[in-house]
Design a protein around this ligand. Sequence first.
Ligand SMILES: NC(=O)c1ccc[n+]([C@@H]2O[C@H](COP(=O)([O-])OP(=O)(O)OC[C@H]3O[C@@H](n4cnc5c(N)ncnc54)[C@H](OP(=O)(O)O)[C@@H]3O)[C@@H](O)[C@H]2O)c1
Length: 248
Amino acid sequence: MRIAVAGGTGTVGRHVVDVVREHGHEAVVLSRSSGVDLVAGTGLDEVLHGVDAVVDVTSVMTQSGKEAVRFFGAVSTNLLAAEARAGVGHHVALSVVGSDRAPVGHYAGKVVQEELVTAGPVPWTLLRATQFHEFAGQLLGQLGFGPVHPVPVMRSQPVAAREVAERLVGLAEAGPAGRVPDLAGPEVLRMTDMVRSYARATGRGGVVIPVPLPGRLGRAFRDGTLVPGPDADRGVQTFARWLAELPG
Ligand SMILES: NC(=O)c1ccc[n+]([C@@H]2O[C@H](COP(=O)([O-])OP(=O)(O)OC[C@H]3O[C@@H](n4cnc5c(N)ncnc54)[C@H](OP(=O)(O)O)[C@@H]3O)[C@@H](O)[C@H]2O)c1
């Protein structure tokens, strides 16, 4: 198969590209650093030629709902229109568990993305996953200043990005399936503990300051809105095992 990976240079996207190649398929990477800007949407027709499936794992680092809606709206609109023109038969989208129950900030963009995909012109599969183990590092990179790491108070059931990538590639291979069971990790953890352990394991040290975020987003972080129900599939790699296996 020829599988295009939108966001193929990102945290989960890199793993998707690896798995696509390990399964003997051809991977086509769509990202700004590989010359494709999906917000502008130019030059897509040429790169989608002969593509069987597109896996969309693009993202924008923002907690502004307006910015997230603009980004995910533009990327999905441009990708789906180009896929329809190129005759791509399958669009695989990755969303976040609970985003529809807290459609604010980043999640406002995910809700718009889901609406565009499920009502769109291309047969689709939609997977929602929980925060990646890697999210601890993303938060540390985003919010840390010096040795002080403010971290939102948040309950999460994190999953390894590699396991999410394996699921996404399996879905791309299997063909359009609509909404599929959520994917979470093996255990519920506190984000503050995850970031503290990540900072220690990567030699950053410092002090984690728990920050209860205000408003609807803060409540969703704290009250388990982003933790899936019992019918979700579970990955096997724990956060501790993932940390222990990080390259030194
Ligand atoms: N992180 C999590 O814990 C988590 C959990 C569940 C679901 N998700 C979802 O998974 C998806 C991927 O998240 P991630 O954390 O892996 O993202 P990420 O590491 O921030 O990577 C984002 C990717 O999007 C590409 N990109 C950004 N702007 C672009 C543009 N204008 N045109 C083309 N490509 C663009 C980036 O490449 P360039 O910079 O080269 O353009 C990069 O490859 C998101 O939809 C997110 O909502 C994330």
